[in-house]
Design a protein around this ligand. Structure first.
Ligand SMILES: Cc1cc2nc3c(=O)[nH]c(=O)nc-3n(C[C@H](O)[C@H](O)[C@H](O)COP(=O)(O)OP(=O)(O)OC[C@H]3O[C@@H](n4cnc5c(N)ncnc54)[C@H](O)[C@@H]3O)c2cc1C
Length: 448
């Protein structure tokens, strides 16, 4: 391993700033190029305060470079889903075992913290307002452009593309022969809304929960912020009725919200204004292969595998890229060519699986969480898993609270689902769901 080699990271977002810490820990000289300004500066004009769910795969990646404790200080545990029906009635569903939680963290706050930590290393240089405009693969030269129009070219031994779903680095790889690429938009988009803090500065609905208003074709969710507010996200079709395009006036918006999310409306005093002012954003999925070029360039995070947000795994899978890469680098004794090839090969099926799981979870969240049969099935699974933890880990827990590769979790989940379909077919299942008989039936299915 040659510590004198020069490494560039294109994109100082969540994954790029974390991966800079991994490379710094190994003693490499790293330049991080970020198109936007420095979010730590007082004059930074950033996005609104949105939050993300951080879970075990993400925590593991943060722990390995010693930043998890700092993140934990601002993270809010969410132990359960709270489903709000149209009448305002609440149903609860624990995410995992007691004390197992997903954590609400501020995207901007987390990015700032990771950049700050990266900046503490003498061998990391952060370049803000400096976007990658092109890449010469022959010489491994990055072409960079400052927001003041300044153009610079810099040559590197390795270049990591962590510049998000619309990656410039990936764009260059796409011109290579036999590079597969697929981009797909969901028919649904999203809009962020707010439930502000109460008069006492505290949350006005349950703090330690992810709130869902499931409505079949669409849904709203809310995640808590440390300042007592909630960031709500409405996931909604772009077209049709109802949809973003059908709600044309303020009256139509308010009428729709009162009908569909009646218990939330009194908690959202700026709803009409937020709905009008906040952008409607699209949801894109990216798949590509391979994720590397020779031993020179490697993609990570959304640049190679952007997914829809319904399993809360986009950032977590990007963070897991860092730990998986680090393990492979170690196993291959610092051989870049072998590590890049092994990384692409291992991660591609895993990323495809979490994309599929995230798409399926959209249906589950917006539709099935309001379905009594589905909730009963989950109760049966939970009971069985508690009694036979060595035989059954619920799919949600495999994805969220374990490090089982996503593709294996997908296969396990499909096998479990087939069993549960047969169990749920019993006409008396509602009466006998917590009986020894049902437990034995599942055991027999597992042994079959
Ligand atoms: C509505 C929504 C909710 C989500 N919720 C969750 C959640 O709960 N849990 C979860 O795990 N994930 C969630 N995600 C996914 C998560 O946001 C992404 O997976 C994650 O941000 C990917 O990190 P990244 O660093 O790869 O890309 P990004 O965060 O997009 O960062 C890319 C960085 O590169 C910079 N950049 C772009 N182009 C250039 C260039 N040419 N030169 C230099 N810099 C450049 C950008 O400015 C940015 O800073 C959600 C996503 C959405 C849209």
């Amino acid at each position: 391993m040659n510590q004198n080699e020069r490494i560039a990271i294109a994109g100082g977002g969540l994954v790029g700033s974390l991966f800079a810490l991994y490379l710094a820990k190994r003693g490499f000289q790293v330049d991080v190029y970020e198109r936007r300004g420095d979010p730590r500066r007082a004059d930074y004009v950033g996005g609104r305060s949105i939050n993300l769910a951080l879970s075990d795969r993400g925590w593991k990646a943060l722990e390995r470079v010693g930043v998890a404790d700092e993140v934990r200080k601002e993270a809010i545990p969410m132990y359960r889903r709270v489903m709000h029906d149209k009448a305002g009635e609440l149903t609860f569903q624990a995410y995992g075992k007691e004390q197992e939680a997903i954590y609400s963290v501020s995207r901007g706050g987390l990015n700032k913290l990771l950049l700050e930590q990266a900046d503490l290393n003498d061998n990391v240089t952060l370049h803000f307002n400096m976007g990658v405009s092109g890449l010469d693969l022959e010489t491994n030269t990055l072409h960079l452009e400052g927001d003041d129009g300044q153009k610079v070219a810099a040559q590197y031994d390795r270049i990591f593309g962590t510049d998000g779903a619309f990656s410039r680095v990936r764009n260059r790889l796409m011109k290579q022969d036999r590079f597969d690429y697929e981009q797909r938009y969901l028919d649904h988009g999203y809009k962020e809304l707010t439930i502000p803090a109460g008069a006492d500065g505290k949350h006005i609905i349950e703090t330690n929960a992810l709130h869902i208003w499931p409505r079949g074709e669409y849904m709203m969710i809310a995640l808590p912020n440390p300042d007592g507010s909630f960031t709500c996200t409405l996931f909604f079709p772009f077209e049709g009725d109802p949809s973003f395009s059908s709600l044309k006036s303020e009256d139509a918006v308010m009428k729709f919200f009162k009908e569909e999310f009646g218990d939330a409306v009194p908690l959202m005093p700026t709803l009409a204004e937020d709905y009008k002012e906040n952008p409607t954003s699209s949801l894109v999925m990216i798949r590509c292969y391979p994720w590397h070029y020779e031993d020179k360039v490697c993609l990570m995070g959304d640049s190679s595998h952007a997914i829809v947000p319904f399993y809360g795994q986009g950032m977590n899978s990007g963070f897991e890229d860092c730990t998986v890469f680090d393990d492979l680098f170690e196993a291959n004794n610092g051989d870049w060519a072998k590590t890049f090839a092994a990384f692409s090969k291992k991660r591609k099926p895993e990323a495809d699986a979490i994309l599929e799981l995230a798409l399926r979870n959209y249906i589950e969240m917006r539709d099935k969480t309001a379905d009594p049969d589905f909730l009963l099935q989950k109760k049966i699974e939970k009971r069985f898993a508690e009694r036979h933890p060595e035989k059954w880990i619920p799919l949600y827990s495999q994805v969220t609270f374990s490090h089982i590769p996503y593709d294996k979790a997908l296969r396990n989940g499909e096998a479990q689902d087939a069993i549960m379909k047969r169990v749920m077919n019993r006409p008396d299942i509602e009466q006998v769901w917590d009986s020894e008989e049902v437990e034995k039936a599942i055991l027999a299915e597992l042994d079959a």
